[in-house]
Design a protein around this ligand. Structure first.
Ligand code: TRP
Length: 336
């Protein structure tokens, strides 16, 4: 089985857009690959979260991943800070990463610009924000991962990890790192905002009514769908160019019920938008119910901490070996 590594940021409020677009694929991959999924709490530190939000956000995300179907006996889900090799390798890799290449990372440039134009100014651009992609390279290279599923926005960072791996293989020791490949998932479902269906449903949209959060109550879900933006034609047809709102509702309902869109179109032939909205809300409520139940069961349970420990133990075994291999290649004197 090929080995997969991916990191997920513990930033709260995951929506059904995140689930249908990405999380679901992670769950599907656990049968065909040896998976390492890492909640990257150390990466989250680059935005200086409060202790409370980092702590809660980390556990929320882990619980949600188990709740949607990550099986602790199939995939290794763990917290980055539980495997100290990530931080250690990151330093070693910083010493073969160039200032120039890190300065060219698009995500860094965008964030830098955003901070500089805000009232905080350049004083608050941390070294961590700059070296973030090197920690990401360490995450990947520690596991000899061949495949790295990421969104398009992270492709450049995986390219950097490839460059660093190749550089180490040339400068330090041939074959010391496996060179990873990015895997950009076939466009998962693209779920649009309920308030502005020309935009993607986003966890960072300030308008909460624009998205369905994975943990929304049935009442909240119903209210949000009833207010969902459609059009004035009163015709239920899948046409994502001209009827974005209606098409989005059909798409969501189809994904939650596994009914093809064409079947739904036929069912709604003589109905109005009210019925479409209510029934889509009902489908989503039904779909999220077992996930939410499992989430609340796990979120504060000793069981979940055991799962995370198991994941970290498995991860550490591999990470330790790779780190030692690289330390030896560099000429660092071994303690034992
Ligand atoms: N930077 C990634 C993101 O923002 C998260 C991440 C951290 C990651 N380490 C990784 C993704 C390693 C893939 C592999 O989404």
């Amino acid at each position: 089985m090929k080995r997969v590594f991916s990191g997920i940021q513990p930033t709260g409020n995951l929506s059904i857009g995140n689930y249908l677009g990405a999380m679901k694929q992670f769950v599907e991959m656990q049968d065909d690959y040896e998976c390492f999924y890492c909640v990257v709490d150390l990466h989250a530190l680059t935005v200086m979260p409060t202790a409370r939000s980092l702590h809660e956000g980390t556990l929320d995300l882990a619980a949600l991943y188990y709740a949607v179907g990550i099986d602790p006996h199939k995939a290794n889900l763990f917290l980055q800070s539980h495997v100290s090799e990530h931080s250690e390798l990151s330093w070693l890799l910083q010493c073969i990463s160039y200032f120039g290449e890190l300065s060219r990372m698009t995500q860094f440039k965008d964030k830098k610009q955003l901070i500089e134009s805000s009232k905080k100014g350049s004083q608050s651009i941390t070294a961590g924000l700059f070296s973030y992609p090197v920690l990401m390279a360490a995450d990947i290279l520690l596991y000899d991962a061949e495949v790295v599923p990421v969104g398009q926005d992270q492709k450049q960072h995986v390219e950097l990890a490839r460059n660093i791996a190749n550089r180490a293989n040339q400068l330090i020791k041939d074959g010391v790192f496996v060179v990873p490949e990015p895997l950009i998932p076939k466009i998962g479902a693209k779920i649009m905002s309920l308030r502005d269906p020309s935009r993607k449903m986003s966890k960072s949209d300030p308008v909460d009514a624009s998205r369905i959060n994975m943990l929304d109550t049935p009442e909240a879900i119903m209210t949000k769908f009833k207010k969902a933006k459609t059009d004035s034609e009163n015709l239920i047809k899948y046409d994502p160019v001209n009827k974005r709102g209606v098409s989005n509702l059909l798409e969501i309902q189809s994904l939650c019920t596994n009914k093809p869109i064409s079947v739904l179109e036929a069912e709604y032939e003589n109905s109005g938008y009210g019925k479409l909205k209510t029934q889509t809300a009902e489908a989503v409520i039904e779909f999220l119910k077992p996930i939410q139940e499992r989430y609340y069961e796990l979120r504060n349970s000793p069981e979940m901490l055991e799962y995370l420990k198991l994941g970290a133990d498995n991860a550490r075994k591999i990470a330790r070996k790779t780190l030692t291999r690289y330390q030896n290649a560099l000429g660092l004197v071994s303690r034992d």
